[in-house]
Design a protein around this ligand. Structure first.
Ligand code: PLP
Length: 351
C-alpha cells in the first residue's frame, strides 16, 4: 500500500527552524516560529501556569477522559476573555487540541454545511491553506499585504471579496497578523465588517495572539464588532501563545450566532466531528487555563506577565526596525549602532 504514496516535502517553516538550529553564526536571529523567547532565548513558563500546575497536581484525582466537547468551565471562562459579555450573541464552544485543532474543526464544519469555499488573505500563516484544503474546502485568495511597499491592501482585499458568494467563509486574523504583523486601523475593520455583513460572508476569525498586540481587550475589539454585525461566525482560539502552553495543545472553537438554537446546532456538529477525529481533547492545558482564569490572584499575575512580554516584544520590534538599513536589510554587526539584539541565546546584548 505504501508504495502508492509519494514522499511529501518537509513543512517549509519547520525546515527553516531546522536550518536555523544548524546555523553556527552567533548573530543569527530567529524570526521563524511564533514562540515567545526571553533575553536568554528560552520560551519561559508563565509564573501563573507553574502555580496552576502545582494546584492541579495536588487536587486532580482522575485521568479519566474528558467529554468530546471538553470542559464547559474552561470554555465559559475563555469565552468571557474573547467575546466579553454580549447578551445578544450566543457562543457555543468546543475545546480543541490547540488553535490548529480549532481551525480544522471549523473547516470540517463549513464543509459539512455544503459550503465549499474559504477565502484566505495573502500572505497568511502557512498552515492555513493546508488545514482548509485538508478538510476538502476550496481555498480562494484575497490580497492582504504587499511586501515590497509594506502596505496593507484593504482596497484590493475588498474588491477580491466582492467576488465571493453569500455563505462563503472568509478567514480573518483577529490581531497580530501572521506573518506580516501589519495592523488594520479601526476604520479598515469597519469597512471590512460592513462588507462581510452586506455580502453575507461567514467570518472564520483566527485568534492566536490575544494580548500580544495592543492589549487583551484591544486585540479582540474588532472580533467583537464583527460578531455583533453578522448572524453567524466561527472563532478559532489558541491558548498556545497567550498562556505559553504551546506543547499542551490548548484551544477552542466557538460557533457564534444571533440565534441560540443555531449556535447549539453548530456546536453539536463540532462535537460529532471531534468525536470522529480524535475523540477527546487533551486536558492538561485547558485545566491550567481554567485554574488561572478562575483565580483572581493567578489571573492578575498572568495578565501582568503577559503585559510585560507584550511591552518587551514591541520594544524588540522597534529596535529591530530601527536597526534595519534603508533597504530593509540587516547591516553587518560592525555597522549596528542603534540597537541591541537579545534575540538568541548565543548573542550577548551590546547595550
Ligand atoms: N493561527 C495562527 C495565525 C498561528 O500563527 C498559529 C500558530 O503559530 C496558529 C493559528 C495555531 O496555533 P496552535 O499552536 O495553538 O495550534
Amino acid at each position: 500500500m505504501f508504495e502508492t504514496l509519494s514522499r511529501k516535502p518537509n513543512d517549509p517553516l519547520l525546515a527553516l527552524i531546522g536550518l536555523f538550529d544548524a546555523d553556527p553564526r552567533p548573530d543569527k536571529i530567529d524570526l521563524g516560529v511564533g514562540v515567545y523567547r526571553d533575553e536568554a532565548g528560552h520560551s519561559p513558563i508563565f509564573r501563573a501556569v507553574k502555580a496552576a500546575e502545582h494546584l492541579i497536581c495536588e487536587t486532580q484525582n482522575t485521568k479519566a477522559y474528558v467529554a468530546p466537547e471538553g470542559d464547559q468551565t474552561f470554555l465559559d471562562l475563555l469565552w468571557s476573555l474573547v467575546g466579553g459579555h454580549t447578551a445578544t450573541i450566543h457562543a457555543s464552544g468546543v475545546q480543541t487540541p490547540g488553535g490548529s485543532g480549532a481551525l480544522r474543526l471549523a473547516a470540517d464544519l463549513i464543509r459539512g454545511t455544503g459550503q465549499g469555499k474559504i477565502w484566505l488573505g495573502q500572505p497568511s500563516w502557512p498552515n492555513h491553506a493546508g488545514i482548509f484544503s485538508g478538510a476538502g474546502l476550496s481555498v480562494e485568495t484575497y490580497p492582504f499585504f504587499d511586501v515590497a511597499s509594506q502596505t496593507i491592501l484593504v482596497d484590493s482585499m475588498m474588491n477580491a471579496l466582492h467576488q465571493a458568494e453569500p455563505g462563503d467563509a472568509v478567514l480573518l486574523h483577529a490581531c497580530c497578523h501572521n506573518p506580516s504583523g501589519a495592523v488594520l486601523t479601526a476604520d479598515d475593520w469597519r469597512r471590512i465588517t460592513a462588507m462581510i455583513a452586506a455580502c453575507g460572508l461567514t467570518p472564520l476569525i483566527d485568534l492566536a495572539y490575544q494580548g500580544f498586540g495592543a492589549g487583551l481587550d484591544e486585540d479582540v475589539a474588532a472580533l467583537r464588532s464583527i460578531i455583533s454585525a453578522v448572524p453567524e461566525a466561527l472563532i478559532a482560539v489558541s491558548c498556545s501563545k497567550s498562556f505559553g502552553l504551546y506543547r499542551e495543545r490548548t484551544g477552542a472553537v466557538f460557533a457564534v450566532a444571533s440565534l441560540q438554537s443555531a449556535s447549539e446546532t453548530a456546536r453539536s456538529n463540532l462535537v460529532a466531528i471531534a468525536r470522529a477525529s480524535y475523540s477527546m481533547p487533551p486536558d492538561h492545558g485547558a485545566a491550567i487555563v481554567k485554574t488561572i482564569l478562575s483565580s483572581p490572584e493567578l489571573c492578575r499575575d498572568w495578565r501582568e506577565e503577559l503585559e510585560s512580554m507584550r511591552h518587551r516584544l514591541l520594544a524588540l520590534r522597534k529596535s529591530f526596525a530601527d536597526a534595519l538599513g534603508e533597504d530593509g536589510r540587516m547591516p553587518p554587526p560592525s555597522a549596528r549602532k542603534r540597537a541591541c539584539f537579545p534575540f538568541c541565546p548565543s548573542h550577548r546584548p551590546r547595550c
